[in-house]
Design a protein around this ligand. Structure first.
Ligand SMILES: Cc1ncc(C[n+]2csc(CCOP(=O)(O)OP(=O)(O)O)c2C)c(N)n1
Length: 595
């Protein structure tokens, strides 16, 4: 067998059975190996960027992770945006790039070390990808292949997961290898183990002293595949729960402990909960600025903070937040240990009641939104979708206003999955991600929430959807431009809509649908939302263009300079002070003055 056959065999053994690819000269020998392997299948797509995004969503939802294969130079550089999605959201994926032959590489001889390129389409993808991968390596000779594949697999899936890249020169791809003689990779496993018993005693002591505790749940729980462990944990810790964007699908919206999404685009209820709390217990969240707001010191300023994270660097970063108890642990291990050492079932009824009153008083989907006559209000659309979709549906949003409306107002039924590429947040993610998701789930229907701007980035994959007959429902929320940018310009740039309204336009989405052989539907107003049930139940792919007001706003949203409890539109001050402990408001004033 040659090195390419060996690589596919390795993927087969690791149950990585789908590879998203575009072929090319430098990857040809690797791709040829598919002709001799009937277990690992490839899917030819239309852009390497979307191949990486397909692999990303495949890994988010599947039992195993996925792989891309691309040619050298432009094939490899096209992967970058998709790889970054996996890196920032801690998603394992493997990217195999073809590279020019070993004898024509720029770094192959000292006389060419400083030239730009030697081989045709030669690019140093290892250097380019280093900051967004856990491991990136160019194969030097064929005998390294087992070691490198095993190391890449180990690193992608262990600790905080993430993407890895292997660059394989063309001549090495066809070298005959003897698997028995290849050197294996033996990871150095750290023996250091935590004293969970002590940690859990400390946590219970903090809890006992707390009158207003809150659980903050983040995407790390999903990366650590601890969703079911979490359910058991929530039975013994009966306190208000808020989620980050990445954690939004961890808890049923109607769960009596669930208050809402916290942060810059969070709900008023969730933000009041966190900002009035005296203890926040954070699982799998890195508490980034989308959660804390621009001045981290003002976040949960009266609360002791417990944070559980697998990544030491996240725990030790200094950004104005003081963490009182840092627990560096894999989340699954932490929860399992908690369950075995825990002594008390913890409740705080009066506090829970107060938080639930906020949830009832400040719903994200306001009654007023239903009064819109001429267009569809996106919050009303989400209300309708929440009611229509079933508990196994997968919803993937892109980037912009439509992502924000979705995360703010979609009401999760436990079992549903709702995500985007949260950390990287590129326009163009949801369409290819929906393809990866549909494939890993056996051609399941996927709800893709897109914007009229974002969909144009990876529009070419509509053909992949048609070719593979995937029943993806593609919602294009059309507000005639880049809504989220317009709202920003309105607030901070004197309503000068440069390159967001001005100079930006859309193709005719009906003609686009026809060209790609996908059914087209138009929903212009609330009355027409009743068409949705039938469209969603269709066995085919459907494009659903939904007409919004051009100046549709994200409501509520944090304005620069405010702490997260004070979302805009600002509440009348009297009402606001009723919701906030006044000493906290005063303390906040001092924090902001000091900044
Ligand atoms: C690849 C990429 N380019 C640019 C941006 C900056 N950006 C973020 S959202 C956005 C506009 C999105 O417009 P649309 O998809 O129509 O969504 P809307 O806000 O109107 O709902 C832009 C330009 C980005 N996130 N990703």
């Amino acid at each position: 067998m040659n090195l390419s056959d060996y690589t596919l065999k390795f993927l087969e053994q690791k149950k990585v059975t789908k590879v998203f690819l575009i072929t090319g000269g430098a990857i040809s020998f690797m791709v040829d190996a598919f002709s001799r392997n009937n277990k690992v299948k490839y899917i030819s797509v239309a852009h390497e960027q979307s191949a990486a995004m397909m692999a990303d969503s495949y890994s988010r939802l599947g039992p195993n992770f996925s792989c891309t294969m691309v040619t050298s130079g432009p094939g490899a550089t096209n992967l970058i945006t998709g790889i970054a999605c996996s890196y920032f959201d801690s998603i394992p994926s493997l990217h195999i790039c073809g590279q020019v032959n070993t004898y024509e590489q720029q770094d192959g001889h000292k006389s060419t070390k400083n030239v730009r390129q030697v081989g045709f389409q030669e690019t140093d993808i290892v250097k380019i990808s280093k900051p967004i991968t856990k491991y990136s390596y160019k194969l030097k000779n064929a005998s390294e292949i087992r070691y490198v594949l095993e190391k890449a697999y180990y690193l992608a899936t262990t600790g905080r997961p993430g993407p890895v890249l292997i660059d394989i020169p063309m001549d090495l791809q066809r070298v005959v290898v003897n698997p028995k003689k290849l050197k294996p990779y033996k990871p150095v496993i750290e023996k250091k183990s935590l004293n969970y018993k002590n940690i859990i005693i400390k946590i219970e002591n903090l809890l006992k002293k707390s009158k207003k505790p809150v659980l903050i749940l983040g995407g790390g729980i999903k990366c650590g595949k601890a969703e079911l462990d979490l359910l058991k944990f929530l039975k013994i810790l009966k306190i208000p729960i808020v989620t980050t964007w990445s954690g939004v699908d961890l808890v049923d919206y109607n769960n009596q402990y669930y208050i809402g999404n916290v942060g810059v685009y969070g709900s008023r209820a969730a933000n009041f909960t966190v900002q009035n709390s005296d203890l926040i217990f954070c699982l799998g969240t890195r508490l980034d600025t989308r959660i804390t707001g621009g001045v981290p010191k003002s976040f949960a300023r009266d609360a002791k903070k417990i944070v559980v994270d697998v990544d030491r660097f996240e725990l030790d970063k200094k950004r104005g937040l003081k963490i009182d108890l840092k627990v560096q642990s894999h989340i699954k291990k932490f929860i399992q240990n908690y369950l075995s050492y825990q002594k008390i079932i913890f409740e705080r009824d009066a506090w829970l009641l107060k938080c639930n009153k906020w949830k009832a008083k400040y719903p994200v989907i306001s009654k007023d939104f239903f009064k819109e006559k001429k267009y569809v209000n996106p919050y009303v659309l989400m209300d309708k979708l929440s009611k229509t979709l079933n508990k196994n549906d997968i919803i993937i949003a892109d980037d912009g206003g439509h992502l924000t409306w979705t995360i703010q107002s979609f009401k999760i039924k436990f079992g549903q999955k709702l995500f985007s590429a949260f950390g990287n947040s590129p326009m163009g993610y949801s369409l290819p991600a929906s393809i990866g998701a549909s494939i890993v789930k056996g051609k399941k229907r996927i709800i893709c929430i897109d914007g009229d701007g974002s969909i144009q980035i990876n529009l070419q994959e509509l053909h992949t959807i048609d070719k593979l007959k995937l029943p993806i429902k593609i919602f294009i929320l059309n507000n005639g431009g880049y809504g989220i940018i317009k709202q920003f310009q309105e607030l901070y740039l004197g309503k000068r809509y440069e390159a967001s309204g001005k100079g930006v336009s859309n193709p005719d989405f009906k003609k686009i649908s026809n060209a790609f052989n996908i059914n087209y539907n138009l929903i212009k107003n609330h009355n027409e939302l009743k068409k949705l049930v039938k469209i969603i139940d269709s066995k085919k792919a459907e494009i659903i263009e939904v007409r919004l007001k051009d100046n549709q706003k994200i409501i509520p949203k944090l304005q620069f300079g405010n702490p997260i409890e004070d979302l805009s539109p600002l509440l009348p001050r009297k009402e606001f002070y009723k919701n906030m402990d006044i000493s906290l408001v005063r303390r906040n004033k001092r924090i902001f003055e000091a900044n």
